[in-house]
Design a protein around this ligand. Structure first.
Ligand code: ADP
Ligand code: MG
Length: 350
């Protein structure tokens, strides 16, 4: 059993509190992703699990054992960072086995573990090379190998792919997913990239300003966000948010031809609310309310950036090759059934 449990975890740096009472249960073998904008506390929370950062309040348990005060080396975790920090004068094999050598493991055992990690990561051909003779992706693979060799109960990744170019990032993402399937260990993975979060996670934890906004499976967060922050953060291009007015069983949106009917519990008639609509749930129609500002034709789909009469900016996704002219005006129609409604505080109205 090597699940990870956080109970009312708090972190202060001097007078500044950056983690505000996080409660979280990560199951044994689960791939859990912490996602959120830069500075929201992802790394700090991960480093607290790793024991690299002291916990100011609350409890951290790994495999049921309270490790809040335990030394990093006693937690059964291994961490992979954004920077690979390989020893330049050592070969790939020596880099991977170095931790075990330092803790006095016998050479045959180290060799066996390095060989096994190299097999998993497809590094067998590169074991005798020095880091300078490796590509960025291969170096990051060695850094992951170093973690595997230690046989941790829990793997901790802090933005491990951020230094790689876009193509390699996709390739390594697939590799890490395969690694998780093969090893089956609990993994906690930090990223600011919601696409990485969506594609890797069993469970996503959306963080904002040191607090958990929502926890759930990727598609549950996408289809059923609890608030405007999560709705806007998960999904690309992001959800559009439009100022609207409650009509109790529908909402009016300036510039939209029809009211948006809903079974959600809307506040009293006349109350200001926000409607959220993803780009694929808005469609161009006859009319002249919205000005076409930018079009991005990607082949399969086209993103059309519109300026609403209210001054709000929108992005809609259109299929096919009929692209409206820049500067022209179009009408706009919403899939009412797909609309989400948020109150003035950004909480979802259901
Ligand atoms: P993220 O990884 O989500 O980008 P961090 O966990 O690195 O965010 O940082 C969270 C907050 O804690 C930020 O406001 C950051 O400035 C602050 N912080 C991080 N490390 C320290 C530190 N050693 N001393 C003071 N403040 C810190
Ligand atoms: Mg960070």
């Amino acid at each position: 059993m090597s699940g990870v449990q956080l109970q009312n975890v708090v972190k202060r740096f001097g007078d500044a509190q950056v983690i505000h009472g996080v409660d979280l249960q990560i199951e044994d073998g689960e791939f859990c992703v912490f996602v959120g904008p830069s500075g929201c506390g992802k790394s700090t929370l991960l480093r607290m699990v790793a024991g690299l950062e002291e916990t100011s309040g609350g409890h951290i348990r790994i495999g049921g054992r309270d490790v809040t005060q335990a030394d990093s080396s006693e937690r059964g975790v291994a961490m992979v960072f954004q920077t690979y920090a390989l020893y330049p004068h050592m070969t790939v094999a020596e880099n991977m086995g170095f931790g075990l050598k330092m803790t006095g493991h016998p050479k045959p055992e180290i060799d066996k573990k390095v060989t096994e990690a190299a097999r998993i990561l497809k590094l067998e051909e590169l074991l005798a090379r020095k880091p300078k003779a490796l590509s960025g992706g291969q170096r990051q693979r060695v850094a992951i190998g170093r973690a595997i060799v230690r046989g941790p109960e829990v793997f901790l990744f802090d933005e491990p792919l951020s230094n790689l170019d876009a193509e390699l990032r996709v390739e390594m993402r697939v590799e890490i997913a395969r690694l998780h399937r093969e090893i089956g260990a609990t993994m906690i993975y930090v990223t600011h990239d919601q696409v990485e979060a969506m594609t890797l996670a069993d469970k996503i934890v959306v963080l904002r300003k040191g607090r958990v906004e929502q926890v759930g499976k990727p598609l549950d967060l996408y289809h059923n966000p609890d608030n405007r922050f999560v709705a806007g953060f998960i999904g690309s291009p992001a959800m559009n948010f439009l100022n609207a007015t409650s009509e109790v069983t529908a909402a009016t949106v300036p510039g939209l031809a029809a009211t948006v009917a809903t079974s959600a519990q809307l506040p009293a008639k006349g109350t200001a609310i926000t409607i959220g609509l993803r780009p694929q749930h808005l469609h161009i129609t006859a009319g002249d309310t919205h000005r076409v500002e930018v079009t991005e034709a990607l082949g399969g789909v086209t993103y059309i950036h519109l300026l609403a009469p209210t001054g709000e900016k929108l992005v809609i996704e259109a299929k096919g090759d009929v692209i409206p002219a820049l500067g022209s005006s179009v009408g706009l129609q919403a899939d009412a059934a797909q609309a989400m409604f948020f109150d003035a505080n950004g909480l979802r109205l259901r």
